[in-house]
Design a protein around this ligand. Structure first.
Ligand code: DX5
Ligand code: ZN
Length: 217
């Protein structure tokens, strides 16, 4: 059964605590927080102060996805804010190895992220040192986009590398996830599914979390 990480990008910001408590009680394992800088991706979302505020009201595992240029400068601040995991894009840094080391040194779990246009070969040098790999299943920047099926082969490749080398990373998917698209990803080896609009653009987000879990039993 896949672990579910609701993305609060699609939550009701005015009633955010209510939405967070609802998914926490509803069986979500992670809370996915999308940080966007207006440069790596066009939108601007939120920063470390927001993570700190959520930390005060939730015990959920805070899965912080940094869609920012030069993420190395911000790692300590997000770790201090209470992130449980920090994910950085290989496309956003010239120092992926050093930046993953920086995350690991903070004691927070580390994640490397690849866009749909980036091959798995780009992250081979850091696979031994990350806790999670995020395969973007849409191009980053917005919620509510359509799942890209060509990304599934990369999940399978990462799963093969994991068993061949004895790596222990989780494989997360992000973008266009619903009860249909999650199945092929789970079968290919995905262990964590981010879901934003599928969960929160519904009158019953908890039912949607359960549907994702039921589809991957
Ligand atoms: C997109 C973000 C996602 C987004 C997913 O750039 O990284 O986490 O919230 O939204 P859905 O699930 O609606 O595709
Ligand atoms: Zn995300």
């Amino acid at each position: 059964m896949i672990k579910v990480a609701p993305s609060i990008l699609s939550a009701d910001y005015v009633n955010l605590q209510r939405d967070i408590e609802m998914v926490e009680k509803g069986g979500a394992e992670y809370l996915h927080i999308d940080v966007m800088d207006g440069t790596f991706v066009p939108s601007i979302s939120y920063g470390p102060g927001f993570v700190k505020a959520i930390r005060k009201v939730s015990n959920l595992f805070l899965d912080v996805h940094l869609m920012v240029e030069k993420p190395g400068h911000m790692i300590q601040e997000f770790a201090d804010a209470g992130a449980d995991l920090i994910g950085i894009h290989v496309e956003a840094t010239q120092h992926i190895h050093g930046d993953i080391q920086t995350i690991n040194n903070t004691g927070v779990k580390s994640e490397v992220v690849i866009n749909p246009g980036t091959p798995v070969s780009a992250i081979l040098p850091v696979l031994h040192m990350v806790d999670q790999v995020l395969v973007m299943t849409v191009n980053p920047g917005f919620g509510g986009q359509k799942f890209l099926p060509e990304t599934v082969a990369k999940i399978a490749e990462l799963n093969r590398l994991k068993s061949e080398n004895g790596y222990t990373y989780d494989i997360e998917i992000d973008g266009g996830v619903n009860a249909d698209t999650v199945v092929a990803c789970y079968e290919a080896g995905a262990t964590v599914a981010v879901a934003g609009s599928y969960v929160f653009n519904d009158v019953d987000p908890v039912a949607k979390i359960n549907t994702l879990k039921d589809a991957t039993k």
